[in-house]
Write a protein that binds this ligand. Structure first.
Ligand SMILES: Cc1cc2nc3c(=O)[nH]c(=O)nc-3n(C[C@H](O)[C@H](O)[C@H](O)COP(=O)(O)O)c2cc1C
Length: 382
């Protein structure tokens, strides 16, 4: 199977699985506990159906949206994800390059493997910095200042990871950073020698957002320790209100799932909320993002940007979320499998296919611009 044989999400997933040592594939592919929420995220889109209009004149379709003050050519963006250079040696550079080609936004994670400054210099499309809240308040301010100085447009504070999710696939393979693989995990790396060759022949693996503050290179601290020891489980609304003030720009909370929390986000001055359950990787048994979308849009949709992620695999999923009032839709695994499968050309192919799919679906829906999508386009099954 080659890149040209990939026509949809599942094809890219299959190719990624072929290329990656299984502990790394399972780190991307897995969810928390029994993966109930993970499965529900995509299944939830089946609870409603699109109702198309016809004969509306759909020669030209405009897929652009404005979200968090940024004009995007597509209504989807690449949500921040950790450790991208483990999936392909070009990592964030490949994702940012592909996002730029399609005129959309992308996120750099706190656990990113290329520095936010380098990516900001490389690209002209809007960049998000995904932030975790540390116990050390001075460190929080220093990191935000760094993001400001590099010209990053949007600050995204992840609020659903106050502690790490229980990813049992990783426990079984021994996946962690630094690697502490068990014997069968090691064997999986031996079975994928090309991955190993690429890993050792390219620049050393780093976590440049954190390396000045956390010693992960020498193996003294793992990502698990980072979550346990450095992040602040007592983070509360007052802390975040201070951050919002300090940032003084576009600031959104990633991982909001209730209308009450969305309301608080408005009260502390956030300009957006992302309805997300981290792709089912944190609280298993949590409701799917799609199931929560309508009530949160109802609560705050007129006041701040409601953004959506988790479970998106198809253009029609995107159209359903936009019809319920999401301003834009984040994708995670939808670009990570292509990255693992083929680097930047892989992500470009995935975004290109999604763009074509969205254009086709919009035409079939009888719509020429995203603002024409409303909940009247949808019927929920009883
Ligand atoms: C491998 C992987 C790593 C991730 N790393 C982060 C991260 O560092 N910070 C964060 O806020 N979200 C992270 N996420 C969550 C994504 O930003 C996004 O919310 C999620 O992938 C959306 O679900 P989807 O994969 O079903 O599209 C990660 C997701 C995956 C799959």
């Amino acid at each position: 199977m080659r890149l040209k044989d990939c026509h949809n999400f599942q094809d890219f997933r299959t190719l990624a699985k072929k290329r990656l040592p299984s502990p790394i594939f399972n780190y991307i592919d897995g969810g928390a506990d029994d993966e109930t929420t993970y499965r529900r995220n995509t299944a939830a889109f089946e609870t409603c159906d699109l109702v198309p209009s016809v004969l509306t004149g759909v020669k030209d379709v405009d897929l652009s949206v404005t979200v968090m003050g940024q004009k995007l050519a597509l209504p989807i963006y690449c949500s921040p994800t950790a450790l991208q250079r483990l999936f392909h040696h070009d990592g964030e550079r490949a994702v940012a390059g592909a996002a730029e080609k399609y005129g959309t936004m992308f996120g750099v994670s706190s656990l990113g493997t290329v520095s936010m400054e380098e990516i900001a210099k490389q690209t002209t499309t809007p960049q998000v910095y995904q932030f975790y809240f540390h116990k050390d308040r001075a460190l929080n301010r220093a990191m935000m200042q760094r993001a400001k100085d590099s010209g990053i447009q949007v600050m995204m504070l992840t609020v659903d990871s106050i502690t790490g999710g229980n990813r049992e696939r990783d426990l079984r393979t021994g996946f962690s950073i630094p690697f502490k693989l068990n014997l069968s995990g090691m064997l999986q790396f031996v079975l994928k020698p090309m991955w190993g060759i690429n890993y050792v022949t390219h620049e050393k693996f780093r976590l440049p957002q954190l390396e000045e503050h956390v010693d992960m290179g020498s193996g003294a601290t793992s990502i698990g320790d980072y979550f346990t020891n450095m992040l602040d489980p007592s983070m509360n609304w007052d802390d975040v209100a201070e951050m919002v003030k300090f940032w003084d720009g576009q600031f959104c909370l990633k991982g909001i799932m209730s209308r009450e929390d969305a309301r608080k986000a408005v009260e502390i001055g956030c300009t957006g909320v992302i309805i997300s359950n981290h792709g089912g990787r944190q609280l298993d048994g949590s409701r799917s993002s799609f199931d929560q979308l309508a009530e949160i849009v109802d609560e705050v949709g007129d006041e701040i940007d409601v953004i959506f992620d988790s479970g998106v695999q198809r253009g029609t999923h995107v159209l359903k979320a936009l019809s319920l009032g999401a301003k834009a839709v984040g994708i995670g695994r939808m670009y990570l499998y292509p990255l693992a499968a083929a680097g930047q050309p892989g992500v470009e192919r995935a975004l290109g296919l999604m763009k074509a799919e969205l254009e086709r679906d919009m035409k079939l829906m009888g719509k020429t611009s995203i603002d024409q999508l409303t909940k009247d386009n949808l019927r929920f099954r009883s």
